[in-house]
Design a protein around this ligand. Structure first.
Ligand SMILES: CC(C)(COP(=O)(O)OP(=O)(O)OC[C@H]1O[C@@H](n2cnc3c(N)ncnc32)[C@H](O)[C@@H]1OP(=O)(O)O)[C@@H](O)C(=O)NCCC(=O)NCCS
Length: 274
């Protein structure tokens, strides 16, 4: 029979585990399975627990299996859902969580500085008026989207406020925020797609929104818009492209997986009803 994973209260941080910087709402759990160790940072919110990070001393399938099971037993309840971040550095954990509901993924790709720009396609920055309208529409759309992803115990007003705060944390001065670009992609002067990209750190171009006009979808323009982004990012000397995609966005996931993006961090979601 398998050994059992145990919570080790007051245990020291295991050798090799990164020292976490905990906020007031976070704590660290240390688990042991024989000589194996796991260090887990948990954040407690009103409506959910969030597993922010997991470190395992070995990518051991049994450790990953028992860890997921014990965390669900400890932290999932009728009034608190559970979100579980699994980074690419934890393959055994990701394997264990495979098949669970994906809420979102952070994905990235290395910029090819010699990317071939698609034929017949051009792009330009939006005018100030275009960018303002675009930003306002985006913010409304984003808040609505947040409401569709809220858990049963979350309050609509809180979710709306959080949605607005998230958009404003990226662009505190709206379209005037330095480092943000709002782009229109065209073919022979006809608009195909819009793109909002921004600098993240010194080296990353992050895409906050990519949208092909509804009547132009499924004709390969999404793929071409990714090339436009890569071209713009290369000209801004970014070395990686980054984005977040919701787990239910099949079109987005196909687009990015086919475009060479890989998941750096996947957030899985569990609710009591499951
Ligand atoms: C996601 C989006 C940009 C894709 O644009 P598009 O022009 O339709 O994409 P493409 O025609 O280049 O297709 C790219 C891939 O996605 C797949 N795809 C496109 N729409 C799809 C859909 N509705 N369902 C499943 N797959 C889809 C295509 O088959 C293709 O996959 P393949 O290369 O493996 O055959 C577009 O659907 C969109 O604007 N959606 C709304 C905004 C959005 O969700 N943006 C992403 C935010 S992260």
């Amino acid at each position: 029979m398998d050994e059992e994973l145990r919570l080790l209260p007051n245990a020291a941080l295991p050798d090799g585990a990164p020292t976490p910087e905990l906020t007031d709402t976070q704590h660290l759990d240390i688990y042991g399975l024989g000589a194996l160790r796991a260090a887990v940072v948990i954040e407690t919110k009103n409506d959910k627990h969030v597993v922010k990070s997991v470190w395992m001393s070995s990518q051991d399938p049994s450790l990953a299996r028992q860890l997921v099971s014990v965390i669900k037993d400890r932290y999932l309840s009728p009034d608190k859902g559970l979100l579980f971040h699994a980074s690419a550095s934890q393959p055994a954990l990701r394997e264990e969580l495979k098949g669970s509901t994906i809420r979102s993924q952070i994905m990235s790709k290395t910029v090819d500085a010699d990317v071939k720009f698609p034929d017949n396609i051009s792009y330009r920055d939006m005018t100030a008026d275009e960018a303002r309208d675009y930003f306002q529409d985006f913010e409304e759309m984003f808040v609505k989207l947040m409401l569709t992803y809220k858990t049963a115990v979350e309050n609509d007003e809180d979710v709306k406020q959080r949605g607005h705060a998230m958009v404003r944390s990226i662009a505190p001065n709206g379209v005037e925020t330095p480092g943000q670009r709002f782009i229109i992609v065209e073919e022979a002067g006809v608009t195909l797609a819009t793109l909002w990209i921004g600098e993240r750190g010194e080296k990353q171009s992050f895409c906050y929104n990519i949208e092909v006009l509804p009547e132009k979808r499924r004709q390969g323009y999404g793929r071409k818009t990714l090339l436009v982004w890569e071209h713009a990012a290369a000209s801004m000397r970014a070395s990686t492209l980054g984005l977040t995609v919701f787990g239910t966005n099949e079109a987005g996931l196909r687009l990015y997986n086919g475009g060479g993006f890989e998941a750096d961090d996947t957030t899985f979601t569990f609710s009591w009803a499951e």
